[in-house]
Ligand binder design. Structure first.
Ligand code: NAD
Length: 474
């Protein structure tokens, strides 16, 4: 039984199971489901410990983060295996995500030491102004299942670095990596209450984090539907909130694109991670002159993919994460067959073990007003929309309720620059996949994709600190 971490103590509870989507007979472990009372205790512990933590010298916070980074690095192979086993992404992808967690803890250890702030003379004589950043207090972190160590880390590391106390509620589908991360943070010597883990249902534990006045700020990543509840709850009590949600990310392929590169960019962006990435390229907007060659190239690339157990060497696309997501993907495939042309794939697959295996699917003759071009599927499914020129491509790319990531494949400097300026998205990719970002740069979107300030890089300081302006007569 993997217990919750509350005020520095491990606390058991009613168990729930963590199941391997590559092999439904493989139970990874039992995890303690936190109750509302557990969650309240965790928040109270964080409140109790937060003040002192926020006043520790930056070196103490940096030292803890460096230790956590070293702890993750020392167990990187084991953690990558666990990640692939509980989430279903390939071992290669899982290893990359674990490495990212190490890098993030190191980056924010450095940020703790750099200490943001400024001092200047007042416009009035004899007065000095100091603008400093202080911790927000207790932050509640609610995370999704698709990056089981990456997303918790890119919230926990800046939160701790800038002196906040944390209550983490990971997605119930992937408690394993979050639990190991909690253990490593605990073993690295985080003072009791500074970091708390409460595993459990969103409607119970997540809802308590949203409503409890002891939580000063909430960082949420997940679906648009849950995001709406988070925003309502936070607004009702005036809590600071930041949200990253869905996407329907366009990848424009112009006639002058390097076709091999465009196919690789589309393959990676749309299908790796089993298409279960908020930044996945689910709309491939292709100029007429290159359309048929691009579709043929992508279909050929899909035929070469190996869909199998996430931990098997040679697998390039792992299973879908669970039954519910699998059924959602199949439902959208049915809708797509009714609306457009299924050019490749889309069949459920059987493998040596029972799991949620699905052939990647490519639809063509898609119009941007069709359901499969409007709604986030969150599976290995992409829709090709044919356009006559760049202007139409840009208009189609921007015609969506979402605005997370937008990409273009072109060798034209003019179009690349124009797209960078005019794409209505938080992140723009030129000749690289819409998914796959840098931990040192701002992460986030526009429109229905995001709310509040950016995550990652130095931009995270905006959410995890609050500004104080001090005037002092000299
Ligand atoms: P989800 O919204 O179902 O769950 C996200 C988290 O919210 C989970 O921890 C869940 O338990 C919790 N939750 C559920 N109901 C809640 C409630 N009523 N109150 C409080 N918390 C609640 O999302 P998911 O299925 O885990 O993840 C998939 C979604 O996440 C997709 O829509 C995807 O686009 C999005 N996502 C976005 C980003 C991004 O950065 N934009 C990154 C990854 C995933």
């Amino acid at each position: 039984m993997h217990p919750n971490l509350i005020g520095g103590e491990w606390r058991t509870g009613e168990p729930f199971l963590n199941i391997n989507p590559s092999d439904l007979g493989d139970v990874i472990g039992e995890y303690a489901r936190a109750t509302v009372a557990d969650c309240r205790d965790a928040i109270a512990a964080a409140r109790g410990a937060g003040k002192a933590w926020g006043l520790t010298p930056p070196q103490a916070r940096a030292d803890l983060l460096y230790k956590v980074a070293a702890g993750i690095e020392a167990e990187a192979g084991k953690l990558a295996d666990l990640l692939a086993r509980e989430e279903g992404k390939t071992l290669r992808e899982a290893a990359g995500e674990v490495l990212r967690a190490v890098q993030l803890f190191r980056f924010y250890a450095g940020e703790a030491l750099r200490g943001p702030g400024e001092r200047y003379d007042s416009s009035r004589p004899g007065i000095e102004i100091q603008v400093t950043r202080e911790p927000v207090g207790v932050v509640g972190l609610i995370t999704p299942w698709n990056f089981p160590i990456g997303i918790p880390t890119w919230k926990i590391a800046p939160a701790l670095a800038w002196g906040n106390a944390v209550v983490l509620k990971p997605a119930d589908l992937v408690p394993g990596c979050a639990w190991e991360l909690a253990r490593i943070i605990h073993e690295a010597g985080a003072p009791p209450g500074v970091f708390n883990l409460v595993m459990g249902r969103g409607s119970v534990v997540g809802a308590e984090i949203i409503d409890n006045p002891g939580v000063d700020a909430i960082s949420f990543t997940g679906s648009v539907e849950t995001g709406a509840k988070v925003l309502q709850g936070a607004a009702a009590r005036g809590a600071k909130v930041q949200m990253e949600m869905g996407g329907k990310n366009p990848l424009v392929v112009l006639a002058d694109a390097d076709i091999d590169r465009a196919v690789q960019v589309a393959l990676d962006g749309a299908y790796y991670g089993t298409g279960q990435r908020c930044t996945a390229s689910s709309r491939l907007i292709v100029e007429d002159a290159i359309h048929d060659r691009f579709v043929a190239g992508l279909a050929e690339a899909l035929a070469a993919q190996v869909v199998d157990d996430a931990r098997k060497p040679g697998t390039t696309i792992g299973p879908v994460v669970d039954q519910r997501q699998y059924e959602q993907d199949l439902r959208y495939l049915d809708i797509g067959r009714g609306e457009a042309h299924l050019a490749w794939g889309g069949a459920p697959l059987e493998r040596a073990t029972r799991g949620f295996y699905l052939q990647p699917a490519l639809f063509t003759e898609v119009r941007n007003d069709m359901t499969i071009a409007r709604e986030e599927i969150f599976g290995p499914v992409a829709a090709v929309i044919r356009v006559k020129d760049y202007e139409e491509a840009l208009a189609v790319a921007n015609d969506t309720p979402f605005g997370l990531s937008a990409g273009i494949c072109t060798t034209s400097l003019k179009h690349a620059q124009h797209f960078r300026r005019h794409a209505e998205a938080g992140m723009v990719m030129v000749n690289c996949p819409t998914a796959g970002v840098d931990y040192t740069a701002a992460f986030g979107g526009r429109k229905a994709s995001s709310y509040g300030s950016r995550e990652q890089g130095r931009y995270a300081v905006e959410f995890y600190t609050t500004v104080k302006t001090a005037y002092q007569a000299m």
